[in-house]
Design a protein. Structure first.
Lengths: 112, 502
């Protein structure tokens, strides 16, 4: 249970970074931390205490194994996260070229 | 050849064309890119119509494709049922016309191969999301479509485009994280990722307090993708910033596929809708309906006005589907179809004005009807249709939704729907007056009507706006009623998938 709570703390750290920081790069870092906290949460869902990898071999008896599916899923999710990070950072670089600043309060041509 | 073999083609064709274009587009002539994109959009449209027909001829109205031959609870399966085939027809129909429009419109931009690559990646994501029967697969396709759309919003690389895209990407990724958390919790609860198997287990394990929590996570996540009212802030920036053809695709189909379709599929078929969730959807729908159109009325930027109006129209669809009655779902899906044609057409019109006159500011346009008759007339058709004037398609779908509200006893919501419709009329009359009527501004004396490809798409979509009401006729309404039935049968979806996969 405490590990799940730590995931929640990590999620909140990321959320704080996303909401409170004015620097675009710090916002991106906040988003990344949130993503990692959820990946961690998903992997922990499949963890069993003293479990081992579910590799089946003729001479082995597996008594307690971790769930392999969340690991495969999280691997995919990390790759997707990487794609989003790359896009966001390249956007931030282009914004810096146009505005000369990364401060979100100075980039306000749109009023949403 | 097995009939189910056409199902994966909806993902394969756009993915293949995306990579063909991105790999070869630089070295070959521009004509090559155009040919590939035309052929693949045409094939997709044909297959989706053929699939609709094929589905009618199967007894159970559902087809399942097992990837790699693994049966449902273990492998990933693609589920092609009434709702999926309805959405595929909507997406591929709009994509077909937007593609033709792009051939003329894209002359403004420099890097054509990248545009078409991203266009097809977005289409891959949407088609894949519609046909998949696996919850995590749905998330992946959602991300593919979202990533392509973030990049397309920034395609012009002006400072506004970049800012809008950054905002959209941050909010969109946050929404995706909520969806991912929802999927993680559902996996922890049911130990499966297959949607049919999940639905079966959830109906067996009743009474858990996790399910309402997950429903709310999905409403926040998919609601952001669909731009429901409290989560809408990205849309009025992102849709105007994109190239007009892409705005048409974003407003016309992307928010509906990623938001409304995915939300209703999960809420109705997997989790099972409760009266509380239904009440939340109806409330959020009415809120976006009213506030969206009020905000639209005060805009002077044409595309921004259309973007706010999209929020309002999405509200109608969510209101209809959220009622969870047969008539409400029918009306919601009918409005989804009509609005995808109407709003695509309006964005294409805005793009045509931008292309010819070089402005999006309503105050600078005047009397464009004289110089651009095709654009003006198609835009009038779409405006009247979205405002719900009788012979046009938009009238019938709004009428069905309002009748469904009254049938369920929600007189207040029905009243809000009527009021929003009246304000929509005022908004679009204002738009018509500023843009097309009145005296021609002198600087536009040498204005030319847009190229033929763009005209063709606008006229074709206008025909759909006029004739959309014909879907209600007895011979044709299977198109909608089959889709509505899928949502109505709820978690019996699971049983049907397992039977079809045997």
């Amino acid at each position: 249970m405490s590990t799940y709570l730590l995931c929640l703390v990590l999620f909140c750290v990321g959320l704080y970074g996303l909401l409170r920081k004015r620097n675009l790069v710090k916002m991106i870092v906040g988003l990344a931390i949130m993503g990692y906290s959820l990946n961690l949460f998903f992997v922990l869902l499949g963890y069993r205490l003293h479990g081992r990898a579910p590799i089946d071999a003729p001479d082995q008896v597996i008594e307690n194994m971790v769930d392999p599916l969340p690991q495969a899923v999280v691997l995919t999710s990390i790759v997707i996260g990487l794609g989003i990070m790359a896009l966001l950072i390249s956007l931030a670089i282009r914004i810096y070229e146009k505005h000369g600043t990364l401060d979100i309060t100075k980039i306000n041509k749109l009023k949403g | 050849m097995l009939r189910t073999n056409i199902i994966p083609l909806f993902v394969i064709i756009p993915l293949l064309s995306a990579f063909l274009i991105s790999l070869l587009g630089k070295y070959l002539k521009r004509q090559f890119i155009y040919t590939v994109s035309n052929i693949s959009c045409f094939l997709l449209l044909c297959f989706s119509l053929y699939g609709l027909n094929m589905l009618r001829n199967t007894g159970s109205n559902i087809l399942v494709y097992k990837i790699g031959g693994w049966a449902p609870p273990f492998g990933i399966c693609l589920v092609f049922d009434g709702l999926a085939s309805f959405m595929l027809v909507v997406v591929n129909l709009i994509a077909f016309f937007v593609n033709i429009y792009s051939l003329g419109y894209i002359e403004k931009y420099t890097d054509k191969p990248k545009y078409f690559t991203l266009f097809f990646l977005m289409l891959t994501g949407m088609n894949g999301l519609i046909i998949t029967g696996d919850l995590f697969n749905l998330y992946i396709f959602l991300e593919v479509a979202s990533l392509a759309s973030y990049a397309l919003v920034a395609f012009g690389t002006d400072s506004e485009d970049l800012e809008a895209s950054f905002k959209y990407a941050i909010m969109g990724s946050l929404a995706s994280l909520f969806i991912f958390l929802g999927i993680a919790i559902l996996y922890g609860f049911t130990s499966t990722l297959n949607m049919a198997d999940m639905a079966r287990i959830i109906t067996e394990k009743t009474g858990s307090r996790l399910i309402p929590f997950v429903s709310v996570l999905f409403i926040v996540g998919f609601g952001t993708k669909a731009a429901l009212m409290p989560f809408h802030a990205w849309l009025p920036d992102a849709h105007p910033a994109a190239p007009a053809s892409i705005s048409a695709l974003l407003s016309g189909v992307l928010i509906k596929t990623l938001g409304i379709y995915a939300l209703s599929r999960i809420l109705f078929n997997v989790i099972g809708i409760t009266s509380g969730i239904s009440a939340i959807l109806v409330f959020l729908g009415s809120l976006s309906m009213l506030v969206g159109v009020l905000l639209a009325f005060s805009q002077t930027d044409l595309k921004r006005l259309l973007a706010y109006s999209s929020i309002s129209q999405v509200g109608y669809i969510i209101l209809g589907i959220g009622l969870a009655t047969p008539l409400g779902i029918f009306g919601g899906l009918f409005h989804l179809f009509n609005h995808s044609a109407i709003k695509s057409l309006l964005f294409l019109n805005a793009g045509a004005i931008d292309y010819a006159a070089g402005t999006r500011d309503l105050r600078q346009m005047s009397g464009l009807k004289e110089k651009m008759p095709v654009t003006a007339n198609t835009s009038l058709v779409a405006s009247l249709s979205v405002a719900g004037i009788p012979p046009f398609a938009g009238f019938f779908s709004k009428l069905v939704i309002i009748l469904a509200c009254i049938q369920k006893g929600y007189f207040g919501y029905a009243f809000i729907a009527v009021v929003s419709s009246i304000i929509t009329l005022a908004t679009f009359m204002k738009m018509q007056k500023f843009a097309f009527l009145g005296k021609l501004n002198e600087k536009y004396n040498n204005l030319q009507e847009v190229p033929r490809a763009m005209k063709f798409s606008m006229v074709a979509l206008a025909v759909i706006c006029v004739c959309g009401g014909l879907i209600l006729l007895p011979g044709l309404n299977f198109f909608l009623s089959d889709a509505a039935n899928v949502l109505l049968e709820g978690s019996r979806y699971a049983m049907k998938v397992f039977e079809a996969a045997k």
